[in-house]
Write a protein that binds this ligand. Structure first.
Ligand SMILES: [Zn+2]
Length: 445
């Protein structure tokens, strides 16, 4: 059987996924910091790793999937302060956005991971991890803070392919006189007496990176087969995770690092300050979540996705057509090792090759007529699309989409055209509305 291959960010090479232990695979993906509504970038990341999870399950792997919540962090404390006048209500903020995240994941048809630990539930393990690093000479405590000493870990910079000299120059502005090296990072942050958690170094709370090392070890053991996340996490987060975990063990911490590329808006990174920010909730008001999933999957995960509402609207139209093609087809389980050269094998081979979803859709569309003419083949393809791609292919129920002023204007213009029996203009406006993701149903005049 051909193995699934993924690009390893460490080597920049495609690497086969092989289980060391009876088809068991440990998958860790960095989760969200629940201080705001999840956005398109989150959607793309978690759909990518959901696809990988589904593919491995289909191929018979026994996958343990862990995805965390960073439910204590500066951003959460600041939001709590702003909203409630105290940082100590951060748990209320966290729960609110975890609920929204879970709802968004359900709508995108992402399977629930095996474990979804929260930092606030992992404090004893985090403290023990920091203590081990101090004992091993990889970390030092100073005035209640604990820092990881990057000079104690010669391989630092290997994952992000950075040279330490370059890193130091960049970090000079952030030099803290407490740190031995400006690149040393916090494992534990001190807080006033009685605040947050008690530790051997006084009261405080964990730094960001240590939580993933501690949670990965707690739920997956010392070696993770695949560690995933967005490309923006490679440095410093994953570089630091690697340093902390690898410093304490000889066996590899991670066998394969997999990262998905950004969602960009007109070639710029999506951000609130640039005013080009779309939360998943914003998008789901205008588009069907299943169509959004389909849109993500039309792009290979390692390529930046240049988002536009127009492209998403076209993807929604294509998805609707696909649903129609497979309506009435009975889903039939397909074999994980199909006859080589068959359409199913061709589709699977693309997926196994670094999750090449555009390649897979290429095979689907090339053979669509043949597929739908053969009820067995159509059933198997439907199964593949549902179980591995996670597309439900259920008819999209008409829902109330939000009507923006732009849409209202188009509708009014079209109504006028119809009253004047200007059918050409009316059709043109209907097409425009369709392109924007709206379906117009006319009643008799
Ligand atoms: Zn992480």
């Amino acid at each position: 059987m051909i193995h699934v291959r993924l690009t390893n960010s460490m080597t920049k090479q495609k690497q086969p996924i092989e289980s060391l232990d009876d088809k068991k695979i440990a998958l860790y993906v960095c989760g969200i910091t629940p201080y705001d509504a999840p956005h398109l970038g989150h959607g793309r990341c978690y759909v990518t790793f959901d696809l990988l999870y589904r593919l491995l399950i289909f191929l018979g792997y026994n996958v343990t999937y862990c995805r965390n919540f960073t439910d204590i962090d500066d951003k959460l404390l600041n939001k709590s302060e702003k909203e409630f006048g105290t940082p100590f209500k951060f748990e209320v903020i966290a729960q609110r956005y975890i609920d929204i995240f879970e709802q968004d994941m359900r709508l995108l048809n992402c399977k629930k991971p095996t474990y979804e630990p929260r930092v606030t539930e992992t404090i004893p393990e985090i403290i023990a991890f920091v203590q081990s690093l101090v004992d091993a000479g990889n970390a030092y405590a100073i005035e209640g803070d604990v820092y990881f000493s990057i000079d104690s870990f010669p391989a630092y910079g290997k994952l992000s392919h950075r040279k330490l000299d370059g890193l130091c120059a960049g970090a000079r502005v952030a030099i803290s006189d407490k740190k031995r090296n400006p690149l040393d990072f916090a494992l534990w942050k001190s807080e006033p007496e009685g605040h947050y958690y008690k530790s051997p170094w006084g009261y405080g709370r964990p730094g960001w990176h240590i939580e993933c090392s501690a949670m990965a070890k707690k739920f997956l053991g010392s070696t993770i087969d695949i560690h995933g996340g967005g490309m923006d996490l490679i440095f410093p987060h994953h570089e630091n995770e690697l340093a902390q975990s690898q410093a304490l063990q000889a066996e590899p911490f991670v066998r394969l690092w997999a990262h998905n590329a950004f969602v960009q808006i007109e070639k710029e990174k999506m951000s609130k300050s640039l005013g080009n920010f779309f939360s998943l909730d914003d998008i789901f008001r205008q588009f069907y979540p299943q169509a959004v999933r389909f849109y993500f999957l039309q792009h290979q995960y390692r390529n930046p996705l240049d988002f536009s509402l127009h492209d998403l609207a076209s993807a929604q139209q294509s998805y609707k057509k696909l649903v129609k093609q497979f309506t009435g087809v009975n889903s039939l389980r397909c074999h994980p090792e199909p006859v080589s050269g068959s359409i199913i094998a061709e589709m699977l081979d693309f997926l196994k090759d670094d999750l090449n979803t555009p390649g897979m859709f290429g095979v689907l569309y090339k053979h669509l007529d043949t597929i739908v003419a053969d009820s067995v083949l159509a059933g198997q393809v439907k199964y593949l699309l549902q179980e591995i791609l996670g597309l439900t292919l259920e008819p999209l129920l008409e829902k109330e989409l939000e009507i923006t002023p732009e849409i209202e204007a188009l509708l009014a213009e079209r109504q006028k055209a119809r009253a004047e029996k200007n059918w050409a203009l009316s059709d043109e406006l209907r097409d425009k509305l369709n392109q924007l993701g709206y379906e117009v149903q006319d009643k008799k005049l």
